[in-house]
Design a protein around this ligand. Structure first.
Ligand SMILES: CC/C=C\C/C=C\C/C=C\CCCC(=O)SCCNC(=O)CCNC(=O)[C@H](O)C(C)(C)COP(=O)(O)OP(=O)(O)OC[C@H]1O[C@@H](n2cnc3c(N)ncnc32)[C@H](O)[C@@H]1OP(=O)(O)O
Ligand code: FAD
Length: 627
């Protein structure tokens, strides 16, 4: 029945203060108040409905996304929302769109790589959305290999301009979000050529479309690259293709914080590391880690609530069947994902601090922590997105057949989420960056200082690399193993940041205790999953492995009465979850049944096509099929 909380009995089992945990999850009392208010504002506004998305054609979906983006912007203006509130509104609208790239990449790139003068010119236009930007780095032929990009930017001292050109088919810009149909400007990455000399890849602000009638400017061939994975909402994003035909831009539209080109045609490399050209990627990667905790927590919320609702087998004397959440197999699949959602939340908080710290240092020209920041953002982006994509799929499977319905919210969540394993740095490529950082760390330790902890094994690897073949060839030969080492290094980071979080003051009855249980689940699940490595290196004995497994089962039993409260702490509205299986009141079956009849296929009892195809079949009126 509507209005009845079918999960009340579960909520009454909770052994901790859920409201206090909501503040821990939000990050602070202020963050909770803002999130709670904005999520309810979005959920209560019909202008932001999303339950009909799966029935729209791609063009309808895209146009609806434009409508929502404009409506969101009007809401932000009319309600005088702050930047923080506006970002929360875009988050809870939950629609992949050009605004993600405008706010998430275009603006950070100008802030990170533009001079003061360039920031003063372009940021006010971008903040007021008087221009709409995209981040055009990837090309048809190159994405991971940034230094392999082929678009050229040739300086013409006669006119004090750069000539942006796509010399080959593979140099076509390909994938940038917002580029296909909406963006008026791009940060375009191109190989700088000054006085006939190549100077590496740099960023350039290029206007793509007229601000009067939105038509592509001369020399621009631009469009959408076509449908993407599944029928998911990511098809609302106009990932585009762009070819430049000798497009001229003023010299002052090269982003010149890192390097400069003078009007005389001199190339100047300031003492800022050239890697700052990659700065926007550092920023986005750290946001992607926080994003992973959100996406995984959504899937876990759905699967946990449904696991408490669903009963299957186990009826005694005609009594109720067993809740599937009580099966140890269900717990051993679900609860490590619940623990991971919290773990990624806290490592994401730490990474946000690390990024802010490195940014502050960079402003003082202190580049000492840039390598560490790169390794951490790259590695944690890789680790958390892989685990989250796998975790969303596992949550779909945990919900049985109903998990495969669009109305469960899980297929769409998966389809929209999985490219995170590829964009902003393909996950293996990023782990190789971490491996390179680890190897460099080890080689710098020198003979007097042996590596310890998770990089202790690197001594053997380093010896092998130096004696058997050159370091470079050794690295390539052992790269698959080094990627595993990089993952282990990042897992250590996640566990250690969870432990550090527990050393903080955490108010609320039973809250810290619950987090300690989740931290232990996360760590022991990893030990169980990788026990082969731990055993073969003598880090643990078979007895330790058995103890860990026993302890895991005990910890699952401790989580069980608190599972619903732990996902309630995410404080997601039913609108944001977009899932009948995960609805707050657990009233699943009537909602599933009601939703089925809303499908367009049920608009007629006899389907289109019956008289044309089925009736002739049934009446044996089909002549022998033409071969
Ligand atoms: C939730 C998201 C929210 C907002 C985002 C908006 C929308 C969401 C949707 C989609 C967004 C996705 C957008 C994109 O995908 S943009 C394109 C992303 N592309 C990439 O990530 C390319 C990946 N490739 C690279 O980063 C580099 O090519 C490389 C793999 C790192 C190799 O670099 P390269 O210069 O060729 O050579 P190396 O010799 O390996 O490195 C030299 C040197 O530099 C150091 N380094 C490398 N990168 C960085 C960095 N980013 N910061 C700092 N330092 C860096 C590297 O460690 C090495 O240092 P050494 O000391 O070892 O020499
Ligand atoms: C949904 C989506 C949105 C995107 N948005 C944008 C955007 O807004 N702007 C933008 O510029 N780009 C965007 N991209 C592009 C994205 O950044 C690239 O796809 C990504 O960087 C991966 O590069 P790639 O496609 O060239 O993959 P590749 O590098 O070709 O990877 C293919 C395979 O080769 C392997 N590989 C590559 N190099 C190595 C190596 N050195 N050693 C070992 N293995 C290797 C990889 O691990 C992978 O298995 C987007 C992509 C997607 C899917």
């Amino acid at each position: 029945m509507e209005g009845v909380d079918h999960l009340a009995h579960e909520r009454n089992k909770s052994e901790f203060d859920v409201d206090a945990m909501k503040i821990v999850w939000a990050g602070s009392p202020h963050a909770f108040v803002v999130s709670d208010r904005i999520s309810k504002l979005v959920a209560s506004d019909p202008g932001f409905r999303k339950d009909n998305r799966s029935t729209l054609s791609r063009k309808e979906l895209f146009k609806n996304t434009l409508r929502k983006a404009a409506y969101a912007w009007k809401t932000i203006i009319d309600l005088h929302l702050s930047e923080e509130e506006a970002a929360k509104l875009r988050f809870y609208v939950d629609e992949p769109a050009f605004t993600d790239v405008h706010w998430g990449m275009f603006i950070p790139a100008i802030k990170g790589q533009g001079t003061e003068e360039q920031q003063q010119k372009w940021l006010p236009l971008a903040y007021k959305m008087q221009i709409i930007g995209c981040y055009a780095q990837t090309e048809l032929g190159h994405g991971s290999n940034v230094q392999g990009l082929e678009t050229t930017a040739t300086f013409d001292p006669q006119t004090d301009e750069f000539i942006i050109h796509s010399p080959t088919l593979t140099s076509s810009k390909w994938w940038p979000g917002g580029l296909g149909k909406v963006a008026t400007h791009a940060i375009a990455y191109a190989l700088l050529i000054v006085g006939g000399r190549e100077q590496g890849v740099h960023g350039f602000i290029v206007q793509l479309r007229s601000l009067e009638d939105h038509s592509p400017l001369p020399g621009m061939t631009v469009g959408d690259i076509g449908m993407k994975f599944g029928n998911g909402a990511y098809n609302a994003m106009d990932n585009g293709v762009l070819r430049f035909d000798h497009v001229r831009i003023p010299r002052n539209q090269m982003l010149m914080r890192v390097s400069q080109v003078t009007c005389e045609g001199k190339y100047k490399q300031s003492d800022v590391p050239r890697q700052l050209v990659y700065g926007a990627m550092l920023y986005v990667r750290q946001t992607i880690v926080a994003d992973a905790s959100c996406a995984l927590s959504r899937a876990v919320c759905i699967a946990t609530r449904y696991s408490a609702v669903r009963r299957q087998f186990g009826s005694q004397n005609g009594g109720p069947e067993t809740q599937v959440i009580d099966y140890k197999t269900q717990q051993s699949r679900l609860f490590p994902l619940l623990a991971s959602a919290y773990a990624f939340r806290f490592v994401g908080e730490w990474l946000k601090w690390l990024y802010a710290d490195v940014t502050q240092r960079l402003q003082a020209n202190d580049f000492s922590t840039l390598p560490e920041a790169h390794a951490c953002t790259a590695g944690l982006k890789s680790l958390t997105t892989t685990a989250t994509a796998d975790g969303i799929e596992e949550c779909r499977k945990l919900c049985g057949g109903h998990g495969y319905l669009c109305s469960s919210g899980l297929p769409e969540l998966f389809a929209v989420y999985v490219p995170a394993c590829t964009y902003e740095g393909e996950n293996t490529v990023l782990l190789l960056q971490v491996a390179r950082f680890l190897m460099k760390t080890v080689s710098q330790l020198g003979s007097s200082k042996k590596p310890v902890g998770t990089i202790a094994y690197m001594t053997r690897v380093e010896h092998l690399m130096q004696c058997r073949c050159g370091v470079q060839r050794g690295f390539a030969e052992l790269s698959a193993d080094l990627v595993e080492a990089a993952v282990a290094h990042c897992q250590l980071l996640v566990v250690s940041k969870f432990i550090e979080k527990l050393q903080q003051e955490i108010p609320g009855k039973g809250v810290k205790q619950q987090l300690e249980v989740l931290c232990n689940i996360y760590a022991l699940f990893l030990l169980h999953k990788h026990q082969g490595d731990f055993l073969s290196t003598g880090c643990i004995t078979p007895k330790h492995a058995a103890l860990a497994n026993d302890e895991l089962r005990s910890l699952y039993s401790q989580v069980r009465p608190n599972a619903i409260a732990l996902v309630d702490a995410f404080n997601y509205t039913d609108h944001y979850l977009g899932s009948i299986l995960g609805c707050y009141d657990g009233n699943v079956y009537p909602k599933l049944y009601e939703a089925a009849w809303k499908d367009p296929l049920n608009e007629s009892v006899v389907p289109d096509g019956y008289h044309q195809y089925i009736r002739p079949l049934l009446k044996q009126e089909i002549r022998t099929a033409r071969l």
